[in-house]
Design a protein around this ligand. Sequence first.
Ligand code: LLP
Length: 421
Amino acid sequence: MAGPISPTLFPEGTELLENDIVVGGVSLRSIAETYGTPVFVYDEGALRARCREAAQGFDDGVAFASKSFLSGAMAKLAHEEGLCIDVATAGELDLVLRVGVPADRVILHGNNKTIEELRRAIDAGLRRIVVDSFDEIDRLASLVSPDNHVACLIRVTPGVEAHTHEFIKTGQEDTKFGFSLATGDAQRAIDALRAVPGIEFVGIHAHIGSQIFDLAAFGETVKVLAELVTSNGVKELCVGGGLGVAYVEGEPTIGIPAWAAAVREAVTTAAIAVDQVTAEPGRSIVARAGMTLYTVGTRKVAAGRNYLAVDGGMSDNPRPVLYGSGYEAVDVARPQAERDGTFRIVGKHCETGDLLIDEAALPADIAVGSLIATPVTGAYGYSMASNYNRALRPPVVFVKDGAARLVLRRETLDDLVRLEV
Ligand code: LLP
């Protein structure tokens, strides 16, 4: 039996009332009535606060990792709060430029950038390209000229093992990303970039993985890179993203300021003299600011287990299926109630693996028609959403100062047939 859900899983300032949850001054019940379910809700104040923490903790050039959650409104918000935007595909790049983020505030990533992606980045005048392979250096060399130049970082594999899920750790040697430090490829890549007129080599980037709670792993990365940074007179060091967030009760909350302080301390200890220490937080900016609302449609017992089926599932949150990620749930109409029942919360997709929460604590008498919220779904939920079973992607609503605004509408059946020829 679990007690009431912890307010720390919601954006700061959230009110868990007797009969409703109020986020950004807006009732979640009213959002479900207005926009229907499933629906993603983000507290705009919390998004802005996290962006400001990143902008203050790191130097100019710190970027929001847009893969964690991207919409036009989010790109504009991150830009307004002083962050650059990190994009990794033509699709992400196109959206941020379309909504007016200046090209010199955009950074392009990717381990297999196409010539078209590189051309668009160079022609638009992007701030930085983070180079990932020797093949990419060849492609870049064919595109740049002294009049059409570009500033580049190289992505380095530092050989640091982060303690996180195997699919989202990237700092180890056996990886598709970046240039190995240990084999000398990183130095060879720097030399190759420097030999191309039109490419300005400015810095070193490392991203060791995601959902990392161990700040020492970031310090270790800085230490391991120090020699390469110093011997090449590098101007910029980017430590990537990866700060972990608490998804369920009892997980630690570290926060962006402490992360930035740990990175800066490691830079000082390693006596690295760069102009800019930057990072690319994604999850730590958007995860806790966002939540998903669902309506319970079916309750049944099978093999002694209580099942609740909701009107979404792996199409709006594939993380439990992909990574075995845990979440909490709350009955929005009584957030202070004891959660004395245990339920497997499943979606409406045609497979057994379509699971949102394996063992969710909820009031035992929760009924069909109840509105439930899963907090901390702001990162890699909407951005990895799919149309599996031709599900319609949910809308996204931003709340702030008592007002709600729709930033992405719900998909329609007409949207689903727009690709038919
Ligand atoms: N920079 C680079 C180069 C990245 O590849 C990533 C994430 C980030 C920054 C942002 O990392 P964050 O601060 O969000 O941890 N879909 C997985 C996460 C994949 C992360 C991919 N790269 C999940 O849902 O957990």
